[in-house]
Design a protein around this ligand. Structure first.
Ligand SMILES: Cc1ncc(C[n+]2csc(CCOP(=O)(O)OP(=O)(O)O)c2C)c(N)n1
Ligand SMILES: [Mg+2]
Length: 375
């Protein structure tokens, strides 16, 4: 019997504006209006300033652990730029630029990292709270898309996760459901080469992470994740595919975190200086700035001017985050369920909060007569 090919495929890599300033006009021309490009660059400047200040807040004991976003601003910003208001952006923890573009107040992210549940109360826009349990958010995105399809409201869900997260079961379950049920989901993997100190090649033997999506029958593409033009193009294509055909797409965005994994990490212990220097040259802001300058859309004066605006914005954000009244000690119980299970009700009522000097109304302990004994 002849040997036939049962299946053949390819993964395209999309790049429009590369690190050397080469611009592929055949794909990039007219993709993003100049005014929008300038607005995006300014937004990235503000986000990067917030990142720097957040790092300092942690170092000076004013905030808990923080994961720097520096270097990874483009993928989520491109997605937020393309998505409509009714759509969902379902992120992990390195997508500040996209979340803020959609309208999440910056102080909510600071509150989150200060351990304040109110940072996770989001009424302003269709984004979900930061997901720290790796991979969990992809399932939420699939669920949101399933509910949109059921309700026929036309919304799609765009979810973000890292290369490491594609080795979690949650990714495979979310991808399988999304593809089999024809759900409008855009899966964006930010492949930054590392899952904390584990290099991607140690947890993914395939040459691209994108091909993991092929197993589920999704369209898959790899893109330069530091290239705003290429990112906007692939997200736009994927959103169209989701909106018009109810089909999920897997996008592998190649990028790099220029900082440590979080403030609890020291990346110099596992990655070498040459690698970092190579990626510093690929910084998404450098190439966008050069492109804007070449077109006469940006100058050093504008840079200096906007830096002042960014500093002022961030300083007000920090004031708001630090100025909020202390949360009650039971706040985190109240955010979890619409109808709190009785075990949690009991825990809430029996919390010994007097040592914190908070919520003295909880003392003495009150066990609800109607709830009976908790098993
Ligand atoms: C379920 C789960 N397992 C382990 C961790 C600890 N952890 C935090 S970040 C991380 C690595 C994630 O790597 P990746 O998905 O590539 O995201 P990146 O931080 O590189 O953006 C791990 C293992 C966690 N938060 N959740
Ligand atoms: Mg990673």
């Amino acid at each position: 019997m002849p040997v036939n090919i049962a299946y053949e495929t390819k993964i395209e890599h999309i790049s429009i504006l590369d690190e050397h300033g080469n611009f592929d006009a055949s794909m990039g021309e007219g993709l993003i209006p100049n005014d929008d490009l300038v607005a995006m660059y300014k937004h990235m400047m503000t986000c990067r300033h917030l990142d720097e200040i957040a790092f300092k807040l942690q170092r000076s004991g004013r905030m808990g652990t923080y994961p720097e976003n520096r270097g990874q601003e483009v993928p989520s910003l491109a997605a937020a730029y393309v998505l409509e208001k009714k759509d969902w952006l379902v992120t992990c923890y390195r997508e500040n630029a996209g979340l803020f573009w959609r309208g999440l107040p910056m102080e909510k992210v600071l509150l989150h990292w200060m351990g304040d549940e109110r940072g996770n109360h989001i009424d302003e826009c269709n984004v979900t709270p930061l997901a720290i349990a790796i991979g969990s958010q992809m399932l939420h995105a699939t669920g949101l898309a399933w509910s949109s399809k059921y309700k026929k409201d036309g919304a799609i869900a765009c979810t973000f996760f890292g290369d490491g997260a594609t080795s979690e079961g949650d990714f495979h379950e979310a991808a399988n459901f999304a593809a089999n049920l024809d759900l409008p989901v855009v899966f964006v993997c930010q492949n930054n080469g590392w899952a904390i100190s584990t290099p991607t090649k140690l947890e993914c033997s395939a040459p691209t992470v994108a091909q993991r999506g092929i197993a589920y029958g999704m369209d898959c593409v790899q893109v330069d994740g530091n290239d705003m033009f290429a990112m906007v193009k692939v997200v736009r294509d994927a959103v169209k595919n989701a909106r018009e055909n109810n089909r999920p797409t897997f996008i592998e965005a190649l990028t790099y975190r220029l900082g440590d994994h979080t403030t609890a990490d020291d990346a110099s212990r596992y990655r070498n200086v040459e690698e970092l220097e190579m990626w510093e040259k690929r910084d998404p802001m450098i190439r966008l700035r050069k492109y804007l300058e070449k077109l006469g859309l940006w100058s050093q004066e504008q840079e200096d001017e906007h830096l002042k605006v960014a500093a002022q914005t961030v300083s007000e954000v920090v004031k708001r985050a630090e100025g909020i009244d202390a949360p009650s000690a039971t706040e985190f119980f109240d955010s979890m369920y619409t109808d709190m299970p009785k075990q949690l009700k009991l825990q809430r009522q029996t919390m010994r909060t007097s040592s914190l000097g908070q919520d003295p109304s909880q003392i003495p302990v009150q066990i609800p007569a109607t709830e009976g004994t908790v098993q």
